[in-house]
Design a protein around this ligand. Structure first.
Ligand code: PMP
Length: 303
C-alpha cells in the first residue's frame, strides 16, 4: 500500500507514522468498531468525494446498531474529510473513516472507554484485481456463509463482521480466483466479500433484496443509473445456478466500482466477457463519479 503523509485523528491532523492507537484498545481485541470505505475522484473542477453524506450517515447508523454514538457530527466529519484530502494534496484517493473504542478498560463492557474517530486517505486503484474492470473477474462460491441476520448485524459496517469477509476473500485468492461469492444461510446468493451482485437476464437486472445485506451505496447508485437508462431492476432472491446461467453478472461496491463477473465456479457467465449492459452501467458510473455528467450533482462533495 502507498502511504500518505497525514491522517485526521479526533480533530487533529497527525503524521501517517504517528497515527497510532493503544495496544489495549477494545476494538483491537473484540472487533467492536465501525468504519467506512469512500472514494474521492478527480473531476474537471477538482477532487470530489462520491456520496460522502450517505457514507457518513451509514457510519453513524452502524454505530447506532452496535449501540454507541460517533462523537462527531456529519458536518464535522465532512470537514475532517476535506481537511485530510487537502493535507495530503490528493486529487483522487480512497478514504477510510473509523470509529473505535480506545483504551480505558478491557472486557466486553466498554462504558469507561473513549470512542475515537480517525479519517485516513491513500491511493487505491482497481480493487478486485488488476485488469478486472475491463476483463472481468473469476469468482468462486465461498465455503463460508454470510452471517445470519441475527448473528452479526448485516446493516452495520462493523469491524468484526469483516473477519468472515476476509476469510472468504483469502480463500478465493488462494484458490486462484479474484473474489468470493457468499451465499446466505438459506443458500441464496448474498454478496461478494465487499461487493453487491447484479445479474442481467434478457435485458432485466436482478439483485438480491437488502434484507440480509449491507445497504450498499454503490448498489443504490447503480439501481438509480439503471432506471435513468430505462432498465428494469428486480430485487429478488436467486440461487447461484441462476447466476451461472445469466447473460451477464457484475459486482458493485465503493472499492470494486462496477466490476464484471465473467466466471463463477469454473462456469463461464454469458460470453465470458464484459457484457453490454455491464459496460453501459460501468460507463455511466464512471461518468458520474468523475463529474463528467451533471445528472446527479448531489452525489459529489467537492473538496
Ligand atoms: N457488501 C459488503 C459486505 C461491503 O463491505 C461493501 C463495501 N462497503 C459492499 C457490499 C458495497 O457497499 P458500498 O457500495 O456501500 O461500498
Amino acid at each position: 500500500m502507498e502511504k500518505a503523509d497525514h491522517i485526521w485523528m479526533d480533530g487533529k491532523v497527525v503524521g501517517w507514522n504517528d497515527a497510532s492507537a493503544h495496544l489495549i484498545s477494545n476494538t483491537l481485541h473484540y472487533g467492536f468498531g465501525v468504519f467506512e470505505g469512500i472514494r474521492c475522484y478527480k473531476t474537471p473542477v477538482g477532487p470530489a468525494v462520491f456520496r460522502l453524506k450517505e457514507h457518513l450517515l451509514r457510519l453513524r447508523q452502524s454505530a447506532t446498531i452496535l449501540g454507541f454514538e460517533v462523537p462527531y457530527s456529519i458536518e464535522e466529519m465532512t470537514e475532517g474529510t476535506r481537511v485530510i484530502v487537502k493535507a495530503n494534496g490528493f486529487d483522487q484517493c480512497y478514504i477510510r473513516p473509523i470509529a473505535y473504542i480506545g483504551d480505558g478498560g478491557m472486557g466486553l463492557a466498554y462504558e469507561d472507554c473513549k470512542i475515537n474517530v480517525s479519517i485516513a486517505a491513500w491511493h487505491w486503484g482497481e480493487y478486485v484485481g488488476k485488469g478486472t474492470l475491463e476483463n472481468g473477474s473469476r469468482v468462486r462460491t465461498s465455503s463460508y456463509v454470510r452471517h445470519h441476520v441475527n448473528t452479526h448485524m448485516s446493516k452495520a459496517k462493523a469491524c468484526g463482521n469483516y473477519m468472515l469477509f476476509q476469510m472468504a476473500r483469502t480463500e478465493a485468492k488462494r484458490d486462484g480466483y479474484d473474489e468470493a461469492l457468499l451465499l446466505d444461510t438459506n443458500g441464496h446468493v448474498a454478496e461478494g466479500s465487499v461487493e453487491h451482485v447484479f445479474l442481467v437476464r434478457e435485458g432485466v437486472l436482478y439483485t438480491p433484496p437488502l434484507a440480509n445485506l449491507l445497504d450498499g451505496i454503490t448498489r443504490r447508485t447503480v439501481i438509480q443509473l439503471a432506471q435513468d437508462n430505462g432498465l428494469q431492476v428486480r430485487e429478488e432472491l436467486f440461487s447461484r445456478d441462476y447466476m451461472v446461467t445469466a447473460d451477464e453478472a457484475f459486482f458493485v461496491g465503493t472499492g470494486a466500482e462496477v466490476t464484471p463477473v465473467v466466471e463463477l465456479d469454473n462456469r463461464r457467465i454469458g460470453t465470458g466477457k464484459r457484457g453490454p449492459i455491464t459496460e453501459l452501467l460501468q460507463k455511466s458510473y464512471f461518468d458520474h463519479v468523475y463529474g463528467r455528467v451533471e445528472t446527479h450533482p448531489e452525489w459529489l462533495t467537492y473538496v
